[in-house]
Design a protein around this ligand. Structure first.
Ligand code: SAM
Length: 180
């Protein structure tokens, strides 16, 4: 990512330390039973870590990564406050360079971040039966834009997963699927 974009994200997070609401991203709330209660998870572009905290509280060992060092510092501080540091690690990483190296994981969560260049690496990083939970901005019910998924983009991109549920509308697209 460009230095200018990174500075912009850092500035945004420097003025907004969000209090985590304590549940999964709302779009996945009806599908909590699909998430394992043990194993490992990777939270891509985790921001201040809200979804990572939920995954940790759900029983998973989580690595959250984001390009913003400010967001990651806030996530680490929140993890201390919530008492989940044993289950939650955070790292600064620029996903323009690909996924950070690491072992296969049981869950990959990607909430409100889209980089189609990562799609194959994301699928390959899951154990067989592993769960992808992805939610991105969409052109469907929203305006066109460079970071918005086109109609049907997620179901096409992840057609090789066993799709559990998916939807798009109101400017949002999401998909839950398992690696075969
Ligand atoms: C809309 S926020 C979503 C954050 C979080 N997943 C959430 O739902 O609250 C998008 C996030 O993507 C991160 N991001 C953008 N480009 C990135 C990149 N190239 N590498 C890693 N993170 C990136 C930003 O820093 C920001 O935290």
């Amino acid at each position: 990512m460009s230095e200018q974009d990174r500075v912009r994200w850092d500035a945004r997070y420097a003025t907004s330390a969000a209090e985590p609401e304590g549940g999964p991203p709302p779009v996945f709330a009806a599908h909590v039973a699909e998430f394992p209660t043990a194993g490992t998870a990777l939270d891509i572009a985790c921001g201040q870590g809200a979804a990572s905290f939920w995954l940790a509280q759900h029983g998973l060992d989580v690595l959250g990564v984001d390009v913003s060092a400010v967001a990651i510092a806030t996530a680490r501080a929140q993890a201390q406050r919530l008492g989940v540091t044993g289950r939650c690690r955070f790292a600064v990483a620029d996903l323009d360079d690909g996924l950070p190296a690491g072992p296969l994981v049981d869950v990959i969560l990607c909430h409100r971040f889209r980089d189609a260049r990562l799609d194959r690496a994301v699928v390959s990083r899951l154990v067989p039966g592993g769960l992808l939970a992805i939610c991105v901005l969409s052109e469907v019910g929203g305006s066109p834009g460079p970071f918005r998924a086109r109609p049907g983009e997620l179901t096409t991109a992840f057609a090789d997963l066993d799709v559990i549920a998916a939807g798009e509308g109101d400017g949002q697209a999401w998909l839950l699927g398992r690696r075969r």
